[in-house]
Design a protein around this ligand. Structure first.
Ligand code: SF4
Length: 543
């Protein structure tokens, strides 16, 4: 009996030891896998400092489940995708140039411009800008000869203004350092052109130069993550490298440019972020996510019919890969049935945008010939909206500032640019304009002040008076255009609702009179009488 008890104890100890050992092995394997992932980061940094001329290699070998191992599967995907693309592709101006332009230099330039414009901007918005741009600067030498002011003017409204600046810098570099020849390989595009990263170089290289390389943009990330059920953070180095390796495996060597555009087109129109059209997808037979959804549905139907343990074989391999606990490409979160294929890709939670309030003053005067003019200030050449023109503005530091204090602060800011100090109370509050940048939720708190014919000499070189017609064409942001719109509609509304205006209208019918509305002095041309209405005298200045 005693011996039997000892044997039982030994068996239990041995069993526990075995369990511990396997848990430790699992932990070690996962740790090793994660270490491999982490090791990719410094490599990427080193590559950048070497001039980005080398293609980063994949540090982690993904499980076969996340790759394409069979050449037949690759060919199947290429054939079906390209057949769909040939039938369904949208006719876009840059695609036409890429197909029909025989001069490789012009072709490369044209695709470069389109790729830069398409970064962060919808195709529908880009078409118009692209057409105008190519009409004005059909070749790289034309762009190089333009001024940055002209480029900013052309770019106005497209957003992410540093892109236009980089294109301009790149064109000037091509003319001054490369003898007017556009770089003709992916590596050279990456090395020579400012603002051209790994994706853009690959896209230009494959579309304009026929280089056999995959190209991974946001749309392609989504398609590939769904096709191969890659559910780990899609911004992580391990996933990034796995996706590039996949794209390079799949790209059709005979039609690399078309293949890459087909992948992007599929992501934009079929494999969309929300509500993907899987039933219309030409590659659904190769899509793990689609299969997984189908398998889950089948499983649920069987359960409903009473086959409780039903588990279709199609689901087996998917669960096996993620259940290993060490796959760096599998999701950490469980499958959410409601999301379906939208379980992929997974992104880390976005940093919430910064909330800002900015005081703005639309300062106007009668310019030459009585035309209304606006005071605009140029933004610094670096940072947000670099080099663009805007109304003099002041970032509001403290939310609790009273309107009176806000006006005083805005006046003090305007005083820096004008030769004569303004009176706070002459500023009129008009309203607020919300404007969303990618990382900032901006609200412009808009004030106006019309100086009539008052002389308002300018103190600094970064401000200028500009006519209304010139403002429409100037390099200004969409936010500025929204502010003008608000002021115009407020002015119109005021005019329509004002009893004075109605009375004045009636009076005008009887006899011509000059406006005598309080606080709205109408000054005849050449008079500076209202100077004291808006500008403080020397005695008033310290406030
Ligand atoms: Fe995307 Fe659905 Fe096509 Fe898969 S089947 S690639 S999820 S659209």
């Amino acid at each position: 009996m005693f011996l039997l008890k000892r044997w039982q104890e030994k068996i239990i100890i041995a069993f526990n030891f075995q369990m511990c050992a396997s848990r430790l092995t699992m932990r070690r394997l996962r740790k090793e896998a994660l270490e491999q992932v982490e090791n990719v980061k410094p490599k990427r940094k080193r590559q950048r400092t070497r001039g980005r001329e080398e293609e980063p290699s994949s540090a982690v070998s993904p499980s076969v489940y996340h790759t394409f191992c069979e050449p037949a599967d690759v060919r199947h995907l290429q054939t079906h995708l390209l057949r769909w693309y040939d039938l369904e592709k949208r006719e876009l101006p840059w695609r036409t140039v890429a197909l029909t332009e025989p001069d490789v230099n012009i072709r490369t330039y044209a695709v470069w411009v389109s790729e830069i414009m398409l970064q962060q901007t919808q195709v529908a918005t880009v078409i118009d800008y692209y057409t105008k741009w190519m009409k004005r600067w059909p070749g790289v030498s034309d762009l190089a000869a333009a001024t940055l002011e002209e480029v900013n003017q052309m770019w106005a409204g497209l957003g992410y203004y540093s892109r236009g600046k980089r294109l301009h810098e790149g064109a000037q570099k091509v003319m001054s350092e490369l003898d007017g020849r556009m770089p003709d390989t992916v590596a050279e595009l990456l090395r020579q052109l400012p603002g051209v990263g790994r994706y853009t170089a690959a896209a230009i290289g494959s579309i304009a130069l026929g280089q056999v390389t995959g190209a991974v943009d946001g749309n392609v990330i989504r398609v590939l993550c769904r096709v191969r059920a890659i559910g780990a953070d899609c911004t992580s180095p391990a996933v990034t490298e796995a996706l590039w390796a996949l794209a390079n495996t799949l790209v059709d060597p005979k039609r690399p440019g078309d293949f890459n555009q087909a992948m992007m087109e599929l992501g934009a129109r079929v494999c969309t972020p929300k509500g993907p059209l899987c039933e219309q997808c030409p590659i659904r037979s190769q899509c793990h996510s689609y299969r997984k959804v189908q398998a889950k549905r089948e499983q649920n139907s069987k359960r409903l019919l009473g086959e409780k343990d039903a588990k279709p074989p199609a689901l087996q391999d998917i669960e096996d890969c993620s259940a290993s606990g060490i796959c760096p490409l599998c999701p950490l979160e469980p499958w959410d049935e409601e999301l379906g294929v939208q379980n992929f890709p997974r992104k880390p939670a976005k940093k919430p945008p910064r909330v800002e309030r900015t005081l703005t003053c639309v300062l106007t005067r009668h310019g030459e010939g009585g035309q209304e003019e606006f005071l605009l200030k140029q933004r610094p050449n670096k940072g947000l909206l670099a080099g663009l023109w805007e109304f003099p503005s002041l970032l509001l530091e403290k939310e609790e500032k009273s309107e009176k204090k806000q006006k005083a602060a805005l006046c003090a800011h305007l005083d820096k640019h004008l030769g004569a100090p303004l009176i706070d109370s002459s500023l009129q509050y008009v309203g607020e304009v919300p404007h969303i940048f990618s990382h900032i939720h901006q609200t412009y708190v808009v004030h106006t002040l019309h100086l009539g014919d008052a002389e308002a000499p300018l103190r600094t070189g970064d401000v200028r008076w500009i006519s209304r017609s010139a403002l429409q064409e100037a390099a200004v942001s969409t936010g500025v255009k929204k502010i003008v719109k608000l002021c115009d509609s407020a002015k119109l509304q005021k005019e329509l609702n004002s009893p004075d205006a109605k009375r004045q209208k009636n009076d005008e019918k009887k006899r011509p009179v000059r406006s005598t509305r309080k606080g709205k002095t109408k000054v005849t041309s050449g008079s500076n009488k209202q100077l004291t209405s808006f500008f403080r005298t020397t005695k008033q200045e310290p406030c």
